[in-house]
Design a protein around this ligand. Structure first.
Ligand SMILES: NC(=O)c1ccc[n+]([C@@H]2O[C@H](COP(=O)([O-])OP(=O)(O)OC[C@H]3O[C@@H](n4cnc5c(N)ncnc54)[C@H](OP(=O)(O)O)[C@@H]3O)[C@@H](O)[C@H]2O)c1
Length: 216
């Protein structure tokens, strides 16, 4: 068993989820509200460590009315346990799970364990299939995957994503070093690309929302 995973992202028309400097204010206010409504519905939100290091996000429900109990579990995929101890994802607004590997230092793990739950999954990089199984065992049934590009691609490549929802903003950021919806190694042939089926599309403010299910 694995949790049901919804990959959600905001991107520019050219598929960038951040500029080359890491600036990522893409969504309009209406889209932020849409995202926070999903946060309120899911059991957990998952992000890669680079997203935490660049944005220091709270990963809570705060754009719509919500109580502390409405905050989903926050999961950070962080092989070496690099998350700084004073970052907001470790505050007491919501429970947090840091997924690390044998590469994380024992001292840092001890310090993290004073604040949050630490799960060891794999040797070099977090073993995402194992992580999903452990999260399902903990009763997590639904996850919103909120990036960034590297983790998005790894999750897709491992067939762990069930839905993709994107907010396409009417902007073009350009830049070959700007992060896209899914980076990582990428497919060799277009035949190997991950296939999706469009199930819903609608304008939201100045943006366009596209919702897909993953079919392979
Ligand atoms: N517009 C949006 O919707 C949106 C959403 C989120 C993020 N962003 C932007 O995306 C950028 C960050 O993206 P990113 O691609 O650099 O980083 P990321 O996907 O947030 O984090 C990637 C890191 O996760 C760790 N990781 C551990 N196990 C992994 C595995 N099995 N597969 C993949 N990653 C694994 C690796 O670091 P270790 O080896 O050290 O563990 C890896 O470098 C930021 O600029 C952020 O603002 C935009």
């Amino acid at each position: 068993m694995k949790p049901y995973v919804i990959l959600n992202a905001a991107m520019t028309l050219d598929g960038k989820i951040a500029t080359k400097t890491g600036s990522s204010e893409i969504s309009g206010e209406e889209d932020l509200i849409r995202v926070h409504k999903i946060r309120k519905e899911v059991d957990a939100i998952m992000v890669g460590i680079n997203t935490v290091l660049v944005d220091d996000p709270r990963l809570t429900v705060h754009k719509i009315h919500a109580e502390k109990k409405d905050n989903p579990v926050r999961i950070v995929v962080d092989s070496k346990g690099r998350v700084p101890l004073d970052f907001r994802v470790l505050n007491d607004e919501a429970p947090t799970i840091i997924a690390v590997t044998e590469n994380a230092g024992p001292q840092k793990i001890k310090e993290l364990e004073k604040k949050v739950t630490v799960l060891k999954c794999g040797k070099d990089r977090v073993n995402l299939k194992l992580l999903m199984k452990e999260l399902a065992d903990k009763g997590i049934k639904t996850i919103m995957l909120e990036g960034g590009s590297t983790l998005n691609y790894s999750m897709l490549e491992n067939s762990l994503v069930d839905e993709v929802r994107v907010c396409v903003a009417p902007m073009i950021a350009g830049g070959k070093h700007a992060k896209t919806l899914a980076d990582g190694e990428g497919a060799h042939q277009m035949n190997d690309a991950i296939r999706l089926k469009l199930i819903k599309s609608y304008p939201l403010g100045h943006d366009l929302i596209l919702e897909y299910i993953v079919i392979n």
